[in-house]
Design a binder for this molecule. Structure first.
Ligand code: SF4
Length: 294
């Protein structure tokens, strides 16, 4: 089987899952509502049934098992599946890839909040390890405007419950989502939500307008103004300055970043701020636009 025939559409995974076997437990995104998002465009969401999933997992195990230990369940929000279906998917994966140890997936608030603490612990014990959750913004108004399917308050609660059950949550936020007008509100509200979540991992991405998305159309029509590199750096500085995280790995080194950064918070907070200040003063080069990507 060719690589292209293994998946429906383009499998998307977080950069940290580069070494994982990518198993498409779901196809598409159950929400498909975010105005900035170009992922899974035109793909009708569906869940692979057990027989189809086992066949798919067996094919991936033969052709692209990654490091053999880590498995990432694509596409969007596998945690909307009932716990029994997730445990079954982990068991089926182990049948065809017996060395698999750690399972990760994208997750949203609704699926997590629908599960009891005992269910979350059962998933953890079965091998579920890291969940990637897109907070995007801590501002309820910005989330509403960008079509996010849930509130920041629900995502805070979902992350707290998942981490209390022993799961690692990697939270993604999106610089620029408030536009020029709401940049500061976006940074402060996002920091407040993150402080309430205390995620183990925080990944700061930078908004890039994807042609064909509603937000790109808003920008073209003048209804949304994307901050430029300096505006993004000021927003990043506002965000980092307002963070009160106790034990978080911080990364802003996604391909979309103007200024790749990483560190541990709170230990590296002053260094991160000094680096941003140096870039704002022109003492550090920014990533050339042609090298940026999603
Ligand atoms: S950002 Fe995530 S939740 Fe929103 S439409 Fe895209 S894949 Fe779905």
């Amino acid at each position: 089987m060719s690589w292209g025939r293994l998946y429906e559409g383009e499998p998307i995974r977080p950069p940290a899952e580069a070494g994982s076997a990518i198993l498409q437990l779901t196809v598409g995104c159950p929400y498909a509502s975010c105005t900035f998002c170009g992922a899974y465009q035109g793909v009708a969401f569906r869940v692979r049934g057990p027989a189809e999933f086992r066949e798919h997992a067996a094919a991936v195990a033969r052709v692209g098992p990654g490091d053999g230990r880590r498995v990432f369940f694509a596409d969007g929000d596998s945690l909307v599946l009932p716990t029994a279906r997730l445990l079954e998917a982990i068991a089926l994966t182990r049948e065809v890839l017996p060395t698999a140890r750690r399972f990760s997936a994208y997750a949203g608030a609704a699926g997590l909040l629908a599960k009891s603490e005992a269910e979350l612990r059962a998933l953890k014990e079965a091998g579920l390890n890291t969940l990637y959750l897109g907070l995007e913004s801590g501002s309820e108004e910005i989330l509403r405007q960008c079509g996010k399917y849930c509130t920041a308050a629900a995502m805070v609660e979902a992350v707290r419950r998942a981490q209390a059950a022993g799961l690692r949550v990697s939270v993604m936020v999106l610089l620029g989502l408030g536009g020029v007008d709401d940049s500061r509100e976006h940074a402060w509200a996002t920091a407040a939500a993150l402080n309430a979540m205390q995620p183990r991992l925080l990944s700061v991405l930078t908004l890039m307008l994807v042609p064909g998305t509603p937000l790109a159309e808003d920008a073209r029509a003048g209804r949304f103004r994307l901050p430029g590199p300096a505006g993004m750096l000021v927003e990043l500085r506002d965000l980092v300055a307002a963070l009160a995280l106790e034990r978080t790995v911080f990364t802003a080194n996604h391909a979309s970043s103007w200024l790749p950064l990483e560190g541990a918070l709170p230990r590296d907070r002053d260094r991160l701020l000094a680096t941003i200040d140096a870039a704002l003063a022109g003492a550090l080069p920014l990533m050339p636009d042609v090298l940026r990507g999603l």
